[in-house]
Design a protein around this ligand. Structure first.
Ligand code: NAP
Length: 322
């Protein structure tokens, strides 16, 4: 078992920034990268709104730079997944990955959230060949095509408007007759000639062949009527699910499953901090995650300093079973 000062769970912008700050504080943090280094950013084609990069840069490039930056100061990035955690006895915390076991004085959770799935036939099969959860990543491939967007929130409209840069038409399919999105986005969408709406409807099936998607089967939830609508792309924006499964009931979550933090990014478990999309269901930007990762790291550094004596005493004690 490895004893560490700080273990960071997740390698998106929040995690890699927390790694940079804790590394600069000489804490040699270990980042458990998860299934994809960089998380959702790694699959983002271009980032145009991260300050300091006026020409934009690709998600993978930003992730690589953030990783290199943190490593230059002593962070260690492990390409591994967390299997279980035990926060029940307080610090030091027990973290089991597929390849290693760690005892960490402090933990920073930056494990992110994943796009919610519809769970209909064809969705998984055509992901990557017509089904997408990221307009920024995949919009370019739908140049001159007729596509649909599923959802009625800010993301659906914002991404739908963005997709009109590429697509010939964007039909927004929403399960109610009223949008959840803010009024400004609604106005922009209603005024966009390329955008149309199909109300009170849900996607029951995504239909396609070896070349990709060619239609969606819709059901009107008011009349029960089923229709098949031709389309070449299905962009799904129905919210996100925070990656909280590994924590079970060991950490306090809000009603939507996001980790609850205070202004110092402290969770209800003393010594465990959280940053980025696992605790932020509203802003979900690279820049906000970077800021949150910074704050969580600084809070963790302060907490470690304040508890130094106690943690050193614990370190000096023989471990259970020794
Ligand atoms: P959201 O606000 O939760 O909206 C999800 C939408 O998907 C809702 O319209 C919902 O329908 C629909 N939906 C959920 N499950 C569905 C299902 N199984 N089948 C069909 N439709 C389903 O999620 P979001 O749009 O991703 O936004 C998340 C947060 O980020 C929000 O707080 C939002 O304000 C914020 N955000 C802000 C901006 C911005 O300000 N520019 C941009 C993006 C996101 P119902 O309406 O019927 O529930």
């Amino acid at each position: 078992m490895k004893k560490e000062r700080v273990v960071i769970i997740g390698s998106g912008p929040a995690g890699l920034t927390a790694a940079l700050y804790t590394a600069r504080a000489q804490l040699a943090p270990v980042v458990i990268a998860g299934a994809q280094l960089g998380g959702q950013v790694a699959i983002t084609h271009e980032i145009e709104n991260y300050p300091g990069f006026p020409d934009g840069l690709s998600g993978p490039e930003l992730v690589e730079r953030m990783k290199e930056h943190a490593e230059n100061f002593g962070a260690v990035v492990e390409f591994d997944l967390v299997e279980s955690v035990d926060f029940s006895n307080g610090s030091p915390f027990h973290i089991k990955t597929y390849g290693e076991e760690y005892l960490a004085d402090a933990v920073i959770v930056t494990i992110g959230a994943d796009p919610r799935k519809l769970g209909v036939p064809g969705e998984e099969e055509f992901t990557g060949t017509g089904v997408s959860y990221c307009g920024t990543c995949d919009g370019f491939f739908f140049r001159g095509k007729d596509i649909v967007v599923v959802g009625g929130g800010d993301s659906a409209l914002e991404e739908g408007i963005f997709l009109t840069r590429f697509a010939t038409s964007v039909n927004v399919i929403h399960r109610r007759d009223e949008l959840r999105a803010g009024i400004q986005l609604q106005t922009r969408a209603f005024n966009n000639e390329k955008i149309s709406f199909t109300w009170d409807s849900v996607v029951e099936e995504i239909i396609g062949d070896a070349d990709g998607v060619n239609a969606v089967r819709l059901k009107n939830v008011v009349t029960g009527e089923e229709t098949v609508q031709p389309t070449e792309g299905v962009f799904i924006f129905i919210g996100h699910d925070p990656n909280n499964a590994v924590f079970g009931d060991q950490i306090a979550l809000n009603e939507n499953g996001y980790i609850i933090t205070d202004q110092r990014y402290r969770t209800n478990v003393e010594g465990v901090f959280a940053a980025g999309e696992i605790q932020d269901e509203i802003w979900r930007q690279v820049a906000t995650s970077v800021g949150q990762g910074t704050s969580a790291a600084m809070a963790a550094i302060q907490w470690l300093e304040a508890n130094e004596e106690r943690l050193q005493t614990l370190d000096a004690l023989p471990a259970a079973g020794d």
